[in-house]
Design a protein around this ligand. Structure first.
Ligand code: HEC
Length: 434
């Protein structure tokens, strides 16, 4: 027998002994008595002295309950246990104690091990404390004086009601709660107050936390105001454009082009494929899933851009986003992930340079599809030389204008007029490297 088989045999034996031991033990100590037992009789390797939330309880809940969205994973309609605040809801309404320790029908496959139950019980009995690293402090300490729609109420509704389409996400048959106008319908017909604050049967998994209810109540009492910036319109009707402010990231001008040319490609995150449920073809769809306004690091679409392993997006052979593009997306989410558009004002076609104007257009609107080892249409557009070559053949002008029989580029929608005029001016000037 070689060394590895040896190890398997030993591991098997240890497991066998452990299983026999724990079954026997269950018979001796019916779990209903758990309330009365403290430590004695638990498996020898069960350390009940440490039931720290971050170290012990949180990982336990992640591995046993929050495995997938169908259970209590992120965005689950049955309660999201991926954060302290999500777990706390089910602690406060007694569900975790009831289902896991008393009725033991959760997790559905088999009850937790006796040791895990003991740890959970000790933690519950001690008041179910979280800690700095795992708590979401804004939720735990309730400030019900700030119930600004954009800042507080809208994110709350997005996370608790509109996170998935089967709830009130984009396109939901039960009514979307993805923008002020549609939320307002539910406020005006009284359903919002009735279901969330009176009957408390919405959200279906568990009522909102006391703090969230207080916030909603205060907001309703004050007349449920929205405001210009939070009245998030459809992609087709962006808010009235003002002049572009260099400190603001505009979804329409700055973010959407990056998404369309790097993420929303056919077979990836277009409306048809919706790989992993993500669709980046419009504003509403972009914010519909795993999107945390103001919290880029908790937002999936940002996280995957900075991932180092196989999860990194866009996946090879596509080129990764540039540091500048990643920062744009970060800043946009940080600024609240709003659907903003702006009017660039006058279009300067006199002083167009490759470095200041053309390169940015190519990088944000073409490079995603025209880079890497398998570029679309076999056309590379990653630097000056390639762009110039394309310009001189007339194919650049042909595609951006959709003229001369060329397909329109970018395929999901023409460039803004000003950018087309700037590219034309640069070509007319001899496509210089200036
Ligand atoms: C979403 C992906 C995508 C983006 C973004 C994109 N392209 Fe394309 N491009 C394609 C595909 C797919 C083809 C091949 C399709 C075809 O030949 O009909 C192509 C083909 C081309 C061709 C060759 C056309 C021909 O018939 O000779 C040119 C030139 C081109 N693109 C330029 C651009 C420019 C310029 C931009 C940015 C303004 C751009 N593309 C943005 C996907 C993209």
């Amino acid at each position: 027998m070689n060394k590895r088989n040896h190890l398997y045999l030993i591991a098997g034996l240890v497991l066998g002994i452990f299983l026999v031991f724990s079954c026997r033990h269950e018979l001796l100590n019916p779990l209903g008595e758990l309330d009365d037992i403290d430590v004695p009789g638990l498996p020898l390797d069960c350390d009940t002295t440490n039931f720290d939330f971050a170290e012990i309880i949180f990982p336990l809940i992640q591995n046993s309950c929050a495995v997938t969205t169908a259970c209590h994973g992120e965005g689950s309609a049955f309660g999201d246990y991926t954060s302290f605040s999500g777990i706390k809801v089910a602690i406060d309404n007694g569900r975790i104690r009831k289902r896991v320790l008393q009725e033991q029908d959760m997790p559905p496959g088999a009850p937790l091990s006796e040791c895990d139950q003991a740890l959970l019980k000790l933690w519950l009995d001690s008041g179910a404390p979280g800690d700095g690293s795992t708590q979401e402090p804004d939720i735990v300490s309730c400030d019900s004086t700030n119930f600004d729609f954009t800042e507080i109420i809208f994110p709350l509704i997005q996370n608790k009601c509109a996170s998935v389409t089967v709830c009130h996400g984009s396109g939901s048959v039960f009514g979307e709660l993805t923008r002020f106008a549609t939320i307002k319908n539910f406020v005006d017909n009284g359903k919002f107050e009735r279901r969330v604050l009176i009957d408390k049967d919405m959200p279906p998994a568990a009522p909102l936390s006391a703090c969230d209810q207080e916030l909603i109540s205060n907001w309703l009492d004050s007349g449920a105001p929205g405001d210009g910036s939070s009245d998030i319109p459809d992609q087709n009707q962006p808010a009235d454009p003002g002049n572009c402010d260099p400190n603001v990231v505009y979804f329409e001008q700055d973010v959407l082009p990056i998404l369309l040319s790097n993420c929303a490609l056919a077979g990836c995150h277009d409306s048809k494929t919706r790989e992993e449920g993500f669709d980046f073809t419009s504003y509403n769809k972009t914010v519909a899933k795993d999107f945390k306004r103001g919290r880029p690091r908790d937002t999936e679409m940002y996280e995957v851009l900075t991932e180092e392993d196989d999860d990194m997006m866009p996946p090879p052979p596509m080129a990764p986003l540039s540091a500048e593009q990643i920062k744009k997306i970060y800043d946009w989410i940080k600024q609240g992930g709003k659907n903003l558009t702006c009017d660039p004002g006058t279009c300067d076609t006199q002083n167009v340079t490759f470095s200041a104007d053309i390169l940015a257009i190519i990088e944000n609107k073409c490079k995603g599809c025209h880079s890497g080892s398998n570029p679309k249409g076999n056309v590379l557009l990653t630097n000056y030389t390639q762009t110039r070559a394309l310009a001189l053949t007339g194919r650049l002008s042909g595609t951006i204008n959709a003229s001369g029989g060329f397909p329109v580029m970018p395929p999901l929608g023409k460039l803004p007029d000003c950018e087309i005029q700037q590219i034309e001016a640069w070509i007319a000037n001899g496509a210089p490297n200036n």
